[in-house]
Structures are given as C-alpha cells and as structure tokens.
Design a protein around this ligand. Structure first.
Ligand code: FAD
Ligand code: DHB
Length: 396
C-alpha cells in the first residue's frame, strides 16, 4: 500500500509522540510507527523527573492536566556523603526554579490518548521498519502493519525517534555520523515498590560501598536505585538483599527507610553516547536515537522532549513556510544542549559513584567536590541550574 504524509515518525516513545502532537498544533500531518504494542509502551518503566521547562511546555501544549493534579513538585534535593545528608534548595539558588516528579509512563499514556483522540495515525506493533530514498526530497517510510500488510509512506521529512536501538541512525550514509561515547564501569539496579517514599525530596547518596538514589513516583509508590557492577545479574538480587543494601547506603542517624512489595526490578547499563550530526537532508534524529546519558541527573527524557520541541518548529518553518534556516540549525543547536546535559550527567555520575578499582586519589577528589558543592553557593548553583534545566525551551 502506498500513501503520503508530511512527517513520518519512527517510534512512539516520548520524543515521537510529542513531536506528532506539536506538529498537529501547527497544522502538520504525521504518522507514527512503533514496533511495540500500546500496552508495552504505556507500561515501560523509565524516567520520572521533569525539568521546569519540560513541565511548562507540557502545560502550554495542553498536556498538563493530570501532571498538575498528580505530579509532585520538588524545590531541591538531598546530597548525602560521609554519613551526612545536606539539602540543596533549588528555588533559592536559581531564583525560583523547581522540578516535578511525573513518570514517563504517564506522559506516554497522555500523549497516546491525545493523539488518538485527535484522529492521528499511530500504528503499533509494526515490523521491518525502513527509511529509504534519503537522497530525494520525499523520502519513504516503509513498514509492515500488525495485520501483515506492507506500507510505503512518502514523506516530506522523516523523524527518527526510535531510541538507542532504532534503525534510523544506522540508515544515515556510512561515514556521516561521528560518535563520542563513554561506558561507565557500573550499572544501576532500579526498583519500583509499593511503599510511601521515606523522604520528601530525592536523596542522592555517595556511599563507600556504592551510590544509591531514593526517588518516587507517587505518595504511595517509591522508586530506588543502587549502583551495582557492570556485569551484575538481577537473579543475584532477591528483594531482601535489595532492601538491606539500600538501607546500608542510605541510612543516617534518626532516619529510616520504609520497605514494601517490589513490583518491578531491572538492571540498566550506564553509558554516554552522542551521535552527530543529528540530520541528513530530510531525515532528523531526536532523543535517544541520537544521544544517551547515564541516568544520574535525570536528563534523558528532558533532552528527548527538548529535541522535538526545536524540531517541530524547524519542520514547521521548512514544510509550511518554505524556510530551511531552522532545519539547517537543528543539529548544531540541539547538540549544544545535549553536550551541556552530557557534561552534567557525567559530572554527577563521576562525583557520586564508587570506582570498582579502588582509587584513594579519586575518592578524595569526589569527597572534596561534594564538600565544595554543599559549602559554596557558586558550586551549588552550578548543580541547581543544570539540574532544573539550563537551556530554556521556546514554544509559543
Ligand atoms: P524511547 O523512549 O526509547 O522510544 C523509542 C521508541 O521507538 C520505542 O517505543 C521503541 O519501541 C521504538 N522503536 C525502536 N525501534 C523501532 C523500529 N525499528 N520501528 C518502530 N519503532 C521502533 N532517563 C531519565 O532521565 N531517568 C531515568 O531514570 C531513566 N531510566 C531509564 C531506564 C532505561 C531501562 C532506559 C532504556 C532509559 C532510561 N532513561 C531514563 C532514559 C529515558 O527514558 C529516555 O531518554 C527516553 O525514553 C527517551 O525517549 P525517546 O522517545 O527518545 O526514546
Ligand atoms: C529519577 C531517576 C534519576 O536518574 C534521577 O537522577 C532522578 C530521578 C527517577 O526515576 O525518578
């Protein structure tokens, strides 16, 4: 079957769905193709912390209702090391900025609901996705739908929002993409537990036996993470061992960690990866398809949503107004934001995790840096302004 649309979008993660929503607000048609089921996309546990700019964007584009009712606004974090917990007050440090706990699963649910209610074409459970004709002005998005029918959709532009393991990045001409990356010698074990959070704001703890993070999803559901070795297997971590280790790494006198049933647990590797440029002619990459960061500092989801905000404006200028300037600037301007977040995520990760090869020099540097962050207003402000989002997002 052959068809045509203005923008073909590969991937119904936060990037692809938000792009489709923003383009629709500008009167631009799109199709979204996704190889997983709707239920899978809506249940996939990932990020949960939104920068102030991401929150404001979701409000502006009509996706803020449930987030405003149920999201948890946080004005700071706790940094813990050497057995002591210190509070960083973001509002004070940044002139009023904050972050919001609102799960990626809920953003994806709201986006899918909004796209389908608007009559948008979102095809789940597709297979054999391909992008072709990239040297022409109207590239082709090919896929096989859930019923087995092969489709060819001629597009004015294609957006590769298909995550780190997608096909769009590798469809660029050989030799075009430069990769800068870093693997970290540890992973994160993350759990979701049905127990009220034991803290009002997130606790980032550097412990000599490894990093731990206490975050949350709702007033009834906690999310916690433990640094584990890079080759660790989840089978080695029965629930009791997870809670004991979390308690060990998070404890301070006078504070207790409440435990409860663990409903989900998984180990994720830690990696920084930036591919550039993020565009070849009429194929544009956005979100994890172009870059990933280690989770410390919670930038992945925010970057994905920032990319497509810029991309939606660029595609609008290109396709509606015939102005290619913003599309030409898309890769460079996105990469400036990406590299700021890449540096911040690397810095937070390096400051808080314990190297598997004992290194007393590196350990002292980490402690010195942490002491500096909690004692110098300038250093604390550096953390706060990056954490809450350094680059403003524009959407009018
Ligand atoms: P994705 O969410 O990966 O969406 C891409 C979509 O494309 C997927 O639905 C995929 O199924 C689909 N797709 C892939 N290939 C194809 C194809 N060939 N055809 C059609 N569809 C395809 N960030 C944080 O900030 N904090 C966290 O705690 C955190 N935890 C994470 C845990 C894990 C296990 C992972 C993998 C990521 C985590 N992230 C976290 C990162 C954050 O979730 C991502 O940055 C965010 O999901 C990026 O959104 P995206 O839309 O670019 O990509
Ligand atoms: C969350 C994850 C992070 O990596 C982080 O730095 C903060 C919050 C989360 O899942 O809520």
């Amino acid at each position: 079957m052959t068809a045509s649309t203005q923008v073909g979008i590969v991937g119904a993660g936060p990037a692809g769905l938000l792009l489709s929503h923003l383009l629709a607000l500008r009167g631009i048609d799109s199709i979204v193709v996704e190889n997983r089921s709707r239920a899978y996309c809506e249940a996939r546990q990932r990020a949960g912390l939104l920068e102030a700019g991401t929150v404001e964007l979701l409000r502006t584009v009509g996706l803020g209702k449930r987030m405003d009712a149920e999201g948890l606004e946080h004005g700071g974090i706790y940094l813990q090391f050497a057995g002591e917990r210190h509070h960083l007050d973001f509002r004070d440090l940044t002139g009023g900025r904050w972050v919001t706990i609102w799960a990626q699963t809920e953003i994806v649910k709201d986006l899918i609901q909004a796209r389908l209610a608007a009559g948008a074409q979102v095809e789940f459970e597709v297979s054999d996705t391909e992008v072709a004709g990239l040297d022409e002005d109207r590239p082709v998005l090919c896929y096989t739908d859930a019923a087995g029918t092969r489709h060819e959709v001629r597009c004015d532009a294609i957006a590769g929002c298909d995550g780190f393991h997608g096909i769009c990045r590798d469809s660029m001409p050989p030799g075009l993409i430069r990769v800068a990356d870093r693997d970290y010698p540890y992973s994160w074990l993350g759990i979701l537990a049905t127990v009220p959070p034991s803290t009002d704001e997130l606790i980032y703890s550097r412990h000599e036996d490894g990093f731990a993070l206490h975050t949350m999803r709702t007033p009834q559901v906690s999310r916690l993470y433990l640094q584990v070795s890079a080759d660790e297997e989840i089978e080695n971590w029965p629930d009791d061992r997870i809670w004991a280790e979390l308690r060990h790494r998070l404890v301070i006198p006078g504070w207790e960690l409440q435990d409860g049933p663990i409903t989900e647990k998984a180990i994720s590797p830690m990696r920084s990866f930036v591919a550039s440029p993020m565009r070849y002619r009429r194929l544009f990459l956005a979100g994890d398809a172009a870059h990933i960061v280690p989770p410390t500092g919670a930038k992945g989801l925010n970057l994905a949503m920032a990319d497509v905000t810029v991309l939606a404006e660029a595609l609008t200028s290109l396709l509606r107004d015939g102005d290619s300037g913003p599309a030409d600037a898309y890769s460079d301007s996105s990469l400036r934001r990406v590299w700021r977040a890449t540096h911040f995520s690397w810095w937070m990760t390096s400051m808080l995790h314990v190297d598997p090869d004992p290194d007393p020099f590196a350990a002292e540097l980490q402690l010195s840096q942490l002491r500096y962050v909690i004692s110098s207003r300038a250093a604390a402000t550096t953390l706060a302004e990056n954490y809450t989002g350094y680059f403003p997002l524009h959407w009018s």
